[in-house]
Design a protein around this ligand. Sequence first.
Ligand SMILES: [Zn+2]
Length: 319
Amino acid sequence: MNNILPWQQKNWEQLQQQLNLQRVPHALLLHGPEGTGKGLFASIFAQRLLCTTPQEDGFSCGSCPSCKLFAAATHPDLISLKPDEGKSILAVDQVREMVREFAFTPQISARKVVILQPAESMNNSAANSLLKTLEEPPGEAVLMLISHAPARLLPTIRSRCQQRAFPSPDRTQSLQWLQQKLEQGMSEEAVLQLAEGAPLKALALANPEQIQHHQQMGEELINLLSGRADPIRVAIRWSDKKLDPSITLEWLQQWTTQIIKGDTQSPLLNSLASKLQPVDHKQLFLFYDKLTAAIALSHTPVNKELLFEGILLDWSRFR
Ligand SMILES: [Zn+2]
Protein backbone atom coordinates (compact mmCIF):
# COMPACT_ATOMS: atom_id res chain seq x y z
CA MET A 1 0.00 0.00 0.00
CA ASN A 2 1.25 3.40 -0.93
CA ASN A 3 2.13 5.42 2.16
CA ILE A 4 5.56 6.47 1.02
CA LEU A 5 6.41 9.90 2.36
CA PRO A 6 6.86 12.48 -0.38
CA TRP A 7 10.52 13.06 0.46
CA GLN A 8 11.28 9.35 0.20
CA GLN A 9 9.93 8.81 -3.32
CA LYS A 10 13.38 8.62 -4.92
CA ASN A 11 14.57 6.00 -2.45
CA TRP A 12 11.43 4.00 -3.11
CA GLU A 13 11.75 4.17 -6.91
CA GLN A 14 15.34 3.07 -6.76
CA LEU A 15 14.51 -0.04 -4.72
CA GLN A 16 11.54 -0.72 -6.96
CA GLN A 17 13.83 -0.81 -10.00
CA GLN A 18 16.15 -3.22 -8.24
CA LEU A 19 13.17 -5.34 -7.29
CA ASN A 20 12.00 -5.45 -10.91
CA LEU A 21 15.45 -6.56 -12.00
CA GLN A 22 15.49 -9.09 -9.13
CA ARG A 23 18.52 -7.38 -7.74
CA VAL A 24 17.36 -6.26 -4.33
CA PRO A 25 20.36 -5.86 -2.01
CA HIS A 26 20.47 -8.52 0.70
CA ALA A 27 21.70 -6.03 3.25
CA LEU A 28 20.51 -2.44 3.31
CA LEU A 29 21.55 0.36 5.61
CA LEU A 30 18.96 3.13 5.76
CA HIS A 31 20.50 6.09 7.47
CA GLY A 32 19.52 9.65 8.25
CA PRO A 33 18.20 11.89 11.02
CA GLU A 34 15.66 10.57 13.52
CA GLY A 35 11.97 11.37 13.12
CA THR A 36 11.96 11.58 9.35
CA GLY A 37 10.33 8.23 8.58
CA LYS A 38 13.06 5.67 7.89
CA GLY A 39 11.28 3.09 10.05
CA LEU A 40 8.02 3.66 8.22
CA PHE A 41 9.80 3.29 4.89
CA ALA A 42 11.45 0.03 6.00
CA SER A 43 8.11 -1.30 7.15
CA ILE A 44 6.36 -0.48 3.83
CA PHE A 45 9.21 -2.08 1.90
CA ALA A 46 9.19 -5.14 4.15
CA GLN A 47 5.47 -5.60 3.59
CA ARG A 48 6.06 -5.36 -0.17
CA LEU A 49 8.90 -7.91 -0.01
CA LEU A 50 6.70 -10.34 1.91
CA CYS A 51 3.43 -9.78 0.01
CA THR A 52 2.48 -12.82 -2.10
CA THR A 53 0.40 -10.87 -4.64
CA PRO A 54 1.99 -7.42 -5.01
CA GLN A 55 0.15 -4.84 -7.04
CA GLU A 56 1.25 -3.60 -10.43
CA ASP A 57 2.13 -0.21 -9.00
CA GLY A 58 4.87 -1.92 -7.00
CA PHE A 59 3.15 -1.82 -3.60
CA SER A 60 1.87 -4.66 -1.44
CA CYS A 61 -1.76 -5.70 -1.94
CA GLY A 62 -2.89 -5.26 1.66
CA SER A 63 -5.22 -8.27 1.48
CA CYS A 64 -3.23 -11.48 0.95
CA PRO A 65 -2.57 -13.72 3.98
CA SER A 66 0.95 -12.34 4.21
CA CYS A 67 -0.28 -8.73 4.29
CA LYS A 68 -2.87 -9.62 6.93
CA LEU A 69 -0.28 -11.24 9.16
CA PHE A 70 1.94 -8.26 8.56
CA ALA A 71 -0.78 -5.86 9.67
CA ALA A 72 -1.37 -7.96 12.79
CA ALA A 73 2.37 -7.85 13.55
CA THR A 74 2.48 -11.66 13.62
CA HIS A 75 4.19 -12.40 10.29
CA PRO A 76 6.40 -15.47 10.77
CA ASP A 77 8.91 -14.35 8.13
CA LEU A 78 9.45 -10.88 9.49
CA ILE A 79 11.91 -10.40 12.31
CA SER A 80 11.89 -7.02 14.02
CA LEU A 81 14.83 -6.40 16.21
CA LYS A 82 15.28 -3.52 18.63
CA PRO A 83 16.54 -3.07 22.17
CA ASP A 84 14.13 -4.20 24.91
CA GLU A 85 11.95 -1.46 26.33
CA GLY A 86 13.90 0.94 28.48
CA LYS A 87 17.25 -0.38 27.21
CA SER A 88 19.55 1.34 24.80
CA ILE A 89 21.70 -1.66 23.88
CA LEU A 90 20.60 -4.53 21.71
CA ALA A 91 21.57 -7.70 23.54
CA VAL A 92 23.92 -10.05 21.74
CA ASP A 93 21.51 -12.92 22.50
CA GLN A 94 18.76 -11.14 20.58
CA VAL A 95 21.03 -10.98 17.54
CA ARG A 96 22.11 -14.62 17.88
CA GLU A 97 18.49 -15.72 18.19
CA MET A 98 17.62 -13.72 15.06
CA VAL A 99 20.53 -15.26 13.12
CA ARG A 100 19.31 -18.74 14.07
CA GLU A 101 15.72 -18.00 13.15
CA PHE A 102 16.75 -16.27 9.97
CA ALA A 103 18.43 -19.42 8.63
CA PHE A 104 15.14 -21.33 8.45
CA THR A 105 13.21 -21.36 5.18
CA PRO A 106 10.38 -18.80 5.01
CA GLN A 107 6.95 -20.08 5.97
CA ILE A 108 4.57 -17.95 3.91
CA SER A 109 6.50 -15.51 1.82
CA ALA A 110 9.24 -15.90 -0.75
CA ARG A 111 11.86 -14.65 1.67
CA LYS A 112 12.61 -13.68 5.23
CA VAL A 113 12.98 -10.01 6.13
CA VAL A 114 14.73 -8.46 9.11
CA ILE A 115 14.36 -4.90 10.32
CA LEU A 116 16.97 -4.00 12.91
CA GLN A 117 16.83 -0.58 14.55
CA PRO A 118 18.65 1.44 15.57
CA ALA A 119 21.71 -0.35 14.24
CA GLU A 120 23.95 1.70 16.54
CA SER A 121 22.34 -0.05 19.51
CA MET A 122 24.47 -3.12 18.73
CA ASN A 123 27.63 -3.39 20.77
CA ASN A 124 30.70 -4.99 19.20
CA SER A 125 29.80 -8.56 20.08
CA ALA A 126 26.25 -8.14 18.75
CA ALA A 127 27.63 -6.59 15.56
CA ASN A 128 30.15 -9.39 15.17
CA SER A 129 27.42 -12.01 15.50
CA LEU A 130 25.63 -10.32 12.62
CA LEU A 131 28.57 -10.05 10.23
CA LYS A 132 28.42 -13.50 8.68
CA THR A 133 24.66 -13.25 8.09
CA LEU A 134 25.14 -9.86 6.46
CA GLU A 135 27.71 -11.37 4.13
CA GLU A 136 25.72 -14.44 3.10
CA PRO A 137 22.03 -14.09 3.92
CA PRO A 138 20.09 -17.28 3.18
CA GLY A 139 18.08 -17.41 -0.07
CA GLU A 140 16.35 -14.21 -1.08
CA ALA A 141 16.40 -12.83 2.45
CA VAL A 142 16.70 -9.09 3.03
CA LEU A 143 18.16 -7.43 6.12
CA MET A 144 17.41 -3.77 6.72
CA LEU A 145 19.47 -1.90 9.25
CA ILE A 146 18.19 1.51 10.28
CA SER A 147 20.60 4.00 11.73
CA HIS A 148 20.37 7.58 13.00
CA ALA A 149 24.13 7.60 13.58
CA PRO A 150 25.89 5.45 10.94
CA ALA A 151 29.30 6.79 11.97
CA ARG A 152 28.94 4.81 15.19
CA LEU A 153 28.63 1.49 13.34
CA LEU A 154 31.56 -0.87 12.87
CA PRO A 155 33.12 -0.21 9.45
CA THR A 156 32.73 -3.93 8.70
CA ILE A 157 28.96 -3.59 9.17
CA ARG A 158 28.74 -0.51 6.98
CA SER A 159 30.81 -2.03 4.19
CA ARG A 160 28.63 -5.13 3.96
CA CYS A 161 25.45 -3.12 3.41
CA GLN A 162 24.21 -1.11 0.48
CA GLN A 163 23.75 2.31 1.98
CA ARG A 164 20.77 4.54 1.36
CA ALA A 165 20.72 8.09 2.66
CA PHE A 166 17.46 9.45 4.03
CA PRO A 167 18.09 13.15 4.54
CA SER A 168 15.60 15.37 6.36
CA PRO A 169 12.99 16.79 4.05
CA ASP A 170 13.45 20.47 3.39
CA ARG A 171 11.40 22.87 5.45
CA THR A 172 8.83 23.55 2.74
CA GLN A 173 8.20 19.84 2.21
CA SER A 174 7.88 19.21 5.92
CA LEU A 175 5.47 22.10 6.39
CA GLN A 176 3.33 21.02 3.44
CA TRP A 177 3.11 17.48 4.73
CA LEU A 178 2.32 18.60 8.27
CA GLN A 179 -0.34 20.97 6.99
CA GLN A 180 -2.24 17.98 5.56
CA LYS A 181 -1.84 15.97 8.74
CA LEU A 182 -2.50 18.49 11.47
CA GLU A 183 -5.83 19.53 12.84
CA GLN A 184 -7.15 22.93 11.85
CA GLY A 185 -5.83 25.82 13.85
CA MET A 186 -2.52 24.22 14.74
CA SER A 187 0.62 25.85 13.60
CA GLU A 188 2.82 23.49 11.58
CA GLU A 189 5.67 25.94 12.14
CA ALA A 190 5.36 25.59 15.91
CA VAL A 191 5.31 21.79 15.99
CA LEU A 192 8.12 21.48 13.49
CA GLN A 193 10.23 23.68 15.69
CA LEU A 194 9.32 21.61 18.74
CA ALA A 195 10.51 18.51 16.90
CA GLU A 196 13.71 20.17 15.71
CA GLY A 197 12.78 19.86 12.05
CA ALA A 198 11.79 16.18 12.04
CA PRO A 199 8.25 15.98 10.58
CA LEU A 200 7.21 12.57 11.97
CA LYS A 201 8.33 13.54 15.41
CA ALA A 202 6.42 16.79 14.94
CA LEU A 203 3.23 14.92 14.13
CA ALA A 204 3.62 12.75 17.21
CA LEU A 205 3.85 15.85 19.37
CA ALA A 206 1.09 17.70 17.64
CA ASN A 207 -1.77 18.34 19.92
CA PRO A 208 -2.29 21.72 21.53
CA GLU A 209 -2.25 20.43 25.12
CA GLN A 210 0.92 18.47 24.56
CA ILE A 211 2.67 21.44 23.00
CA GLN A 212 1.69 23.67 25.87
CA HIS A 213 2.64 21.03 28.42
CA HIS A 214 6.00 20.44 26.73
CA GLN A 215 6.84 24.15 26.92
CA GLN A 216 5.66 24.47 30.48
CA MET A 217 7.61 21.39 31.55
CA GLY A 218 10.79 22.97 30.29
CA GLU A 219 10.14 26.14 32.27
CA GLU A 220 9.28 24.19 35.41
CA LEU A 221 12.44 22.11 35.23
CA ILE A 222 14.53 25.25 34.92
CA ASN A 223 12.66 26.90 37.79
CA LEU A 224 13.15 23.85 40.00
CA LEU A 225 16.88 24.13 39.46
CA SER A 226 16.87 27.73 40.58
CA GLY A 227 14.50 27.18 43.51
CA ARG A 228 11.71 29.18 41.92
CA ALA A 229 9.29 26.26 41.72
CA ASP A 230 7.96 23.73 44.18
CA PRO A 231 8.31 20.05 43.21
CA ILE A 232 5.03 19.14 44.93
CA ARG A 233 3.07 21.72 42.97
CA VAL A 234 4.72 20.71 39.72
CA ALA A 235 3.89 17.05 40.49
CA ILE A 236 0.23 18.03 40.93
CA ARG A 237 0.19 19.69 37.53
CA TRP A 238 1.98 16.79 35.84
CA SER A 239 -0.50 14.29 37.26
CA ASP A 240 -3.40 16.15 35.68
CA LYS A 241 -5.58 13.47 34.06
CA LYS A 242 -5.44 15.06 30.62
CA LEU A 243 -1.72 14.43 30.34
CA ASP A 244 -0.27 11.03 29.54
CA PRO A 245 2.20 10.40 32.39
CA SER A 246 4.46 8.19 30.28
CA ILE A 247 4.89 10.92 27.65
CA THR A 248 5.92 13.40 30.34
CA LEU A 249 8.46 10.94 31.74
CA GLU A 250 9.73 9.99 28.30
CA TRP A 251 10.29 13.64 27.43
CA LEU A 252 12.22 14.13 30.63
CA GLN A 253 14.24 11.01 29.90
CA GLN A 254 14.92 12.17 26.35
CA TRP A 255 16.19 15.52 27.67
CA THR A 256 18.34 13.76 30.27
CA THR A 257 19.89 11.59 27.53
CA GLN A 258 20.61 14.64 25.39
CA ILE A 259 22.19 16.46 28.33
CA ILE A 260 24.38 13.45 29.13
CA LYS A 261 25.45 13.24 25.49
CA GLY A 262 26.09 16.99 25.30
CA ASP A 263 23.52 17.25 22.50
CA THR A 264 22.03 20.52 23.72
CA GLN A 265 21.38 22.74 20.74
CA SER A 266 17.87 23.88 21.55
CA PRO A 267 17.58 26.91 23.85
CA LEU A 268 15.76 24.88 26.52
CA LEU A 269 18.35 22.10 26.67
CA ASN A 270 21.06 24.67 26.62
CA SER A 271 19.76 26.40 29.74
CA LEU A 272 19.09 23.09 31.48
CA ALA A 273 22.58 21.84 30.67
CA SER A 274 24.24 25.01 31.92
CA LYS A 275 22.34 24.80 35.20
CA LEU A 276 23.27 21.11 35.52
CA GLN A 277 26.93 21.67 34.78
CA PRO A 278 28.15 21.06 38.35
CA VAL A 279 26.22 17.79 38.53
CA ASP A 280 28.21 14.58 38.23
CA HIS A 281 27.29 12.50 35.16
CA LYS A 282 26.96 9.47 37.38
CA GLN A 283 24.04 11.15 39.14
CA LEU A 284 22.41 11.89 35.80
CA PHE A 285 22.74 8.22 34.83
CA LEU A 286 21.10 7.22 38.11
CA PHE A 287 18.32 9.69 37.40
CA TYR A 288 17.94 8.17 33.92
CA ASP A 289 17.52 4.72 35.49
CA LYS A 290 14.92 6.05 37.91
CA LEU A 291 13.01 7.46 34.96
CA THR A 292 13.10 4.06 33.25
CA ALA A 293 11.55 2.49 36.33
CA ALA A 294 9.01 5.31 36.61
CA ILE A 295 7.97 4.90 32.96
CA ALA A 296 7.30 1.21 33.59
CA LEU A 297 5.29 2.10 36.71
CA SER A 298 3.33 4.81 34.91
CA HIS A 299 1.51 2.08 32.93
CA THR A 300 0.22 0.56 36.18
CA PRO A 301 -2.47 1.93 38.52
CA VAL A 302 0.23 3.62 40.63
CA ASN A 303 -0.45 6.99 42.29
CA LYS A 304 0.81 9.31 39.54
CA GLU A 305 1.20 12.29 41.83
CA LEU A 306 3.52 10.38 44.17
CA LEU A 307 5.41 8.98 41.20
CA PHE A 308 6.06 12.46 39.83
CA GLU A 309 6.86 13.81 43.29
CA GLY A 310 9.68 11.28 43.67
CA ILE A 311 11.14 12.16 40.29
CA LEU A 312 10.81 15.91 40.79
CA LEU A 313 12.34 15.82 44.28
CA ASP A 314 15.32 14.01 42.77
CA TRP A 315 15.50 16.60 40.03
CA SER A 316 15.38 19.45 42.59
CA ARG A 317 18.39 17.93 44.35
CA PHE A 318 20.47 18.78 41.27
CA ARG A 319 20.31 22.39 42.42
ZN1 LIG B 1 -0.22 -8.80 -0.01
